[in-house]
Design a protein around this ligand. Structure first.
Ligand code: IMP
Length: 424
């Protein structure tokens, strides 16, 4: 069986959690392949909102096993809190529904401190990191110093922990960023959480997934963040530290490229970004304010307000190409209801030339946006359940995007709840 992928095509927060939750009924396994608790996947059903950071978004369905792959970085403290939140669900036996790759790396308390020290030292050039220790943990992974989940089964892991932590402390001093911390307290919390983590099942997830494929199980790989935050293809250095694009699912789960099936690309009907970095279609006017307010655009992990702007088709085309997207899913169509006119960025003016691809540098001083204006719609979409109910102007918007992106839009989401999902 081929493995389907689901990824965000913008700067994250596209609504991947909701769509994974909607699609899970068709899959035996949901597998997260990168990122860590910098992600906040929001799911809503039965009138309640749930935010997941590390746990795959299939957790609320009985039929699916949830794998945390080798490409993910896990903070045991946040993970423990996530599990405690699941305790609220009577009958949800999560310990038997989550399997963790031995090769996933651990976020240590000092990784978080290093993240804070590094950001503080950058001043105005800061990335706007979620400060969850993601960058330093991936640095230790590629630097071959990291501690992996499988190490917890070895007798000497605490020695390795101590050596790494000592090194981190001297690095924190090097930054001279004057961050305050109580490492003893952080470590007590960390070692407590390690005990909880060890109650779960650790596996060789690449082997598990290989056997699952052979036996005909259906697998959905769940991405975190978005393509424009990819360490290679995003707006570097204002990116996260993992490959958020399709190739990341191969390295983050051990899936061979020729075993990839459908690639579901999720995007918002407009654009948002949280943290620093270039954003060519960003709005600083009432329209941007309306998107933020109606769309409730606040980070699920940090609570920071998200920057808002019109849909950027140049960036979206790039993400569709890099990922090989086969089906698109458009989120938050309902948020655009009420705009007289909509704008879509169809090209950039870059160094005096009109271009339709994403150039090396999209800082505001290099790029001007070229907009196509489209008619808006007034209808409230949030109660609609069928494609036939969608207003004419929205259908024109969708048709235009499908043509430009050369990819069908299969789902239009009209609200945060599971039920507010229109299949086309
Ligand atoms: P980090 O991955 O926490 O270091 O953050 C690096 C950049 O990616 C910052 O601009 C963050 O705001 C952004 N980022 C990280 N995770 C997410 C996410 O899940 N959604 C949106 N932005 C994110």
């Amino acid at each position: 069986m081929a493995v389907d992928l689901l990824l965000g095509l913008q700067w994250g927060d596209e609504g991947k959690g909701k769509i994974v939750d909607v699609l899970t009924k068709d899959y035996d396994i949901i597998a997260r392949f990168q990122g860590g608790p910098n992600a906040g996947h929001t799911l809503e059903f039965d009138g309640i909102k749930h935010v997941l950071h590390t746990i795959p978004s299939g957790i609320f369905h009985d039929n699916a096993m949830n794998i945390i792959g080798n490409g993910v970085v896990i903070d045991p403290v946040i993970f423990k809190r996530e599990l405690q939140n699941l305790d609220k669900f009577e009958g949800l036996d999560y310990t038997s529904k989550i399997l963790i790759s031995r090769k996933a790396h651990l976020i240590l308390p000092t990784h978080r401190l290093l993240d804070a020290a590094s950001e503080a030292s950058k001043g105005k050039a800061k990335i706007g990191s979620t400060l969850k220790g993601i960058g330093p943990t991936y640095m230790d992974k590629t630097g071959r110093n990291g501690i992996r989940v499988g190490d917890l089964e070895l007798a000497d892991w605490k020695d390795r922990y101590t050596a790494l932590r000592t090194k981190h402390i001297s690095m924190i001093d090097f930054y001279d960023a004057k961050i305050e911390y109580d490492l003893e307290e952080l470590e007590t919390e960390f070692f407590d959480a390690i005990k909880v983590l060890k109650k779960l099942t650790f596996i060789d997830s690449e082997e598990y997934l290989h056997q699952a494929q052979k036996s005909g199980k259906t697998i959905l790989a769940e991405g975190a963040q978005g393509s424009l935050l990819d360490i290679d293809f995003g707006t570097y250095p204002y990116v996260t530290s993992s490959n958020t694009t399709a190739a990341g699912a191969c390295t983050g789960l051990g899936i061979a490229p020729n075993k990839i099936g459908d690639v579901f690309g999720i995007f918002k009907a407009y654009t948002t970004r949280v943290g620093s970095g270039p954003f060519p279609t960003e709005l600083f006017d009432n329209d941007g304010e309306t998107m933020g307010r109606v769309g409730n655009e606040f980070g699920a992990t940090t609570g920071r307000p998200r920057r808002c702007g019109w849909l950027d088709l140049v960036a979206l085309k790039y993400a569709v190409q890099v990922n090989g997207v086969t089906q698109l899913m458009m989120m938050k169509g309902d948020v655009l209801s009420g705009f007289e006119t909509l704008k879509v960025c169809t090209a950039y003016t870059y160094k005096g030339e009109t271009i339709e691809h994403l150039p090396y540098n999209i800082e505001p001083e290099n790029v001007d946006v070229v907009y196509k204006e489209m008619k808006g719609w007034k209808e409230d979409l949030t109660g609609m359940t069928e494609a036939s109910q969608l207003p004419q102007a929205l259908n024109e918007y969708i048709d235009f995007l499908e043509k430009e992106l050369e990819t069908p839009i299969k789902i239009v989401s009209v609200g945060p709840d599971r039920t507010q999902t229109i299949m086309r």
